[in-house]
Design a protein around this ligand. Structure first.
Ligand code: SF4
Length: 384
């Protein structure tokens, strides 16, 4: 199996980070990016960085823009003090027509607020030292899709600006984190089984963890009863979920509304099946792509501790909700598209919401509201 994470936590060297295989190849596409991260995203920066920007020595044209590029938020805190003041097109005022950042171009990378400098990288030091890139960046997805091989993980030297090691996690928590990830990623990358079956098996592991956090995973019954697909139910649940996220997240609003308009009239099952057939034709390796996006997102989100205080059953609901949501959006969006770029763009937009908000928490609430958060119903939904 490709996942090689040290599940013991022993011998971990502070100067090493666990990284996915694509990580070292990552570099921002700059002007070649189709949907730059500077556009349409409610990015916030800490108070110290805001005042650093205000005090920086610059020439007058940059100063004029810099003074207008960030503004304090309504309820500021030291960590979340100011936000980008996008122009009417939703673009950062420092974003040049050439595609580059004016601040970066004139004063170098060190002048950038940390969110701009680090994105799409996520450096984690609470449960283990890890770095990966978010699926919300199109370059990350392109790197993921470069090969069909499962994501492998290795060790990499400490990033230049790695934060201080976070304290407060016990050895037991760190061990649980690493061994759960190793087990669940191995299941998710087991291609002898269908992806829906693998997701449900991860659900079995998480259910067992709620009963006993020290459970020996080899003793967990991973059997999953076959469930028939139910298109009307799947559509109702996912349409309501998609509507909720669309009203709160600009980056996916258009995709969600287009999906809704498509399914609104006519025979639902016939439309869904036609869209699914087209999707499977233009992306024959779609299951591999979903697997890689899921594993990368779980790694980035610190699965299974995605949401502080959530039960492991909730974590499973969040994982299933992630798969259901991206698949629903992908099938609907791709019905009129055939290029790999269109798929990447739709998925990057979806992960802007999934990887950078409390998506798992919210999708869990929405699934419960629809009476669709129990294992048997999720099993039906993931088969559609
Ligand atoms: S989305 Fe990714 S590739 Fe595009 S500008 Fe941002 S970091 Fe660069």
């Amino acid at each position: 199996m490709a996942v090689k994470i040290d599940a013991t936590g022993d011998g971990f060297v502070m100067d090493e980070f666990i990284v996915p295989d694509y990580y070292q190849k990552f570099s921002c596409k700059g002007p070649a990016c189709r949907h730059t991260c500077c556009s349409g995203w409610g990015v916030t920066i800490p108070m110290r960085q805001y005042f650093n920007l205000l005090g920086m020595e610059t020439d007058q044209p940059l100063r004029d823009k810099l003074d207008r590029a960030f503004r304090p938020v309504l309820k500021p805190s030291p960590d979340r003090y100011a936000e980008i003041a996008h122009d009417f097109r939703g673009v950062c005022p420092l974003h040049l027509e050439s595609g580059w950042c004016m601040l970066h171009a004139q004063l170098g990378e060190d002048a950038l607020p940390s969110v701009c400098r680090e994105y799409p990288r996520g450096v984690r030091t609470d449960y283990a030292n890890e770095v990966s890139c978010s699926n919300s960046c199109e370059k990350t997805l392109e790197l993921l899709f470069e090969s069909d091989a499962p994501i492998a993980f290795g060790r990499h030297a400490k990033p230049v600006r790695a934060p201080m090691q976070k304290l407060g996690r016990t050895v037991a928590e760190r061990t649980l984190y690493l061994r759960t990830r190793a087990c669940c990623f191995e299941i998710l990358e087991n291609r002898t089984l269908s992806l829906p079956s693998r997701i449900l098996m991860v659900g079995r592991i998480l259910q067992a963890l709620d009963v006993d956090p020290n459970v020996d995973f080899r003793t967990v019954d991973l059997s999953v009863a076959p469930a028939a697909r139910d298109i009307p139910l799947t559509y109702r649940v996912l349409q309501n979920i998609s509507r909720w996220f669309a009203t709160r997240n600009q980056s996916i609003a258009e995709i969600c509304r287009d999906n809704e308009a498509f399914y609104q009239e006519g025979d639902l099952e016939a439309k869904y099946d036609a869209a699914l057939r087209h999707f499977e034709t233009v992306l024959p390796n779609h299951e591999i792509r979903f697997e890689k996006m899921l594993v990368n997102n779980l790694f980035f989100r610190q699965f299974p501790f995605v949401d502080e205080g959530a039960s492991f059953a909730d974590v499973f609901t969040g994982l299933a909700g992630t798969y259901l949501f991206v698949r629903f959006l992908a099938i609907g969006t791709m019905r009129t598209q055939s290029t790999p770029e269109a798929f990447v763009d739709a998925m990057a937009a979806a992960f802007r919401v999934i990887a950078h908000t409390r998506f798992e928490h919210n999708v869990g609430i929405l699934l419960r509201d629809e009476d669709a958060a129990d294992f048997a119903t999720i099993a039906k939904l993931v088969q559609a």
